[in-house]
Ligand binder design. Structure first.
Ligand code: SF4
Ligand SMILES: [Zn+2]
Length: 368
């Protein structure tokens, strides 16, 4: 990864900007980040070293562009064309432009932009639901070849499935906020977006925990130095079809505690075996019902991204379906939320057996 900052300084425009790191860093050295100026690195993509080789090279990876400002900031309108000229010349490099001003995109592109340039990825930041619903429809409509979404700092639970379903978003990144006044990041928000990505086959990166991180009801204050490392170590970044979720460590819930919680849920506790279900169980016998449960779990839940996940379990028609809803074993989202089994992982035999045991436990309890 390489960084190209053609100008420095920015103006705050949305909730994600409140603790902007450019402002924080500038303040610490007595500088005013609201003063925007061209940097000495403005023409970095064309700069060469003594050996007459380009300083920025394809081998050094993505060129993150304008990281101490916003590429589409109005103050920089006169300078942007020169940048496009350099980006056009350096077809060998991949430029990633992260912006909170996707709404200025059309007035900022060069005349020969056409339907987008192959070497440019536009990354729209979405820190909350309101900004997601404002910026992502624009991002999807615009002539862009490569699109990314960055939820950083993530400030609340965000849903973006309808945008991911377009198939136009290549990657989603989530993370918390750092710094002295960092706002809280709840791990459940990260998991929610991750599940939406899995269902839509979109790679997902959990980049950093942020400084104030809530996980399993516990609040953690995490040192800047290990915020990225902790996120990486969690294993919650996801690349479809690579088994990336296999490394996630988790603990299955205690069965008694689980059933207590289920009883406390208005939705879960409303499921009961009907007379018809009881007659069916009596007719088939519990061994057969267990075999059916094994088949349903293997067929409808075990894949990395099961078909119609979230809607794969009918509300009636078999006692096992009822047991699945009653015990939150109905889909991968519920399995993650209630049983901690990570979404995006192919369920191994042990996990499948655990689920079947929970289902049969519920049925036995129902039968008294
Ligand atoms: S747009 Fe980015 S760089 Fe500009 S103020 Fe907001 S957070 Fe800072
Ligand atoms: Zn479910």
């Amino acid at each position: 990864m390489q960084i190209w900052n053609p100008w420095h300084g920015c103006h705050k425009i949305s909730p994600g900007c409140a603790n902007c790191y450019v402002y924080r860093r500038d303040e610490s050295i007595g500088k005013d980040a609201s003063v925007v100026s061209k940097t000495g690195d403005y023409d970095l993509p064309l700069k060469k070293n003594r050996q007459k080789e380009h300083k920025l090279t394809a081998a050094d990876g993505i060129v993150f562009t304008c990281m101490t400002s916003d590429f589409f900031l109005d103050t920089a309108d006169d300078w942007r064309q020169g940048c496009w000229d350099m980006i056009r010349q350096r077809q060998d490099l991949r430029f990633h432009i992260i912006t909170k001003r996707i709404d200025r995109f059309m007035q900022c592109i060069p005349p020969d932009w056409g339907d987008g340039w192959e070497n440019v990825t536009i990354c729209s930041t979405c820190e909350n639901q309101d900004r997601t619903d404002y910026r992502l429809p624009l991002l999807l409509e615009l002539p862009i070849k490569h699109r990314e979404v960055i939820c950083e700092p993530m400030l609340e639970e965000i849903h973006m499935e309808r945008y991911l379903a377009s198939g136009k978003i290549e990657h989603v990144v989530c993370g918390g906020e750092s710094g002295e006044h960092a706002r809280l990041c709840d791990f459940r928000w990260i998991q929610e977006v991750r599940r939406e990505c899995i269902r839509n086959g979109v790679p997902f990166t959990f980049k950093q925990t942020g400084a104030v991180f809530l996980k399993d009801g516990k609040l953690y204050h995490i040192d800047r130095k290990i915020q990225m490392q902790q996120a990486k170590r969690s294993g919650y970044s996801y690349v479809p079809g690579t088994g990336s979720a296999d490394a996630i460590r988790y603990q299955l819930p205690n069965r008694a505690v689980l059933f207590d919680r289920l009883r406390g849920s208005q939705f879960r506790s409303r499921f009961h075996l009907s007379d018809q279900d009881r007659a069916y169980i009596a007719e088939k016998g519990l061994d057969t019902i267990r075999r059916h449960a094994q088949e349903f779990v293997a067929k409808r839940l075990s894949a990395e991204n099961p078909d119609h996940d979230g809607k794969q379990t009918p509300m009636k028609g078999h006692p096992v379906f009822l047991a699945q809803h009653a015990t939150a074993c109905c889909c991968r989202g519920c399995l993650e939320k209630w049983h901690h089994i990570p979404a995006g992982k192919v369920l191994d035999q042990e996990e499948q057996n655990y689920i079947v045991d929970v289902l049969m436990d519920w049925i036995s309890r129902q039968l008294g």
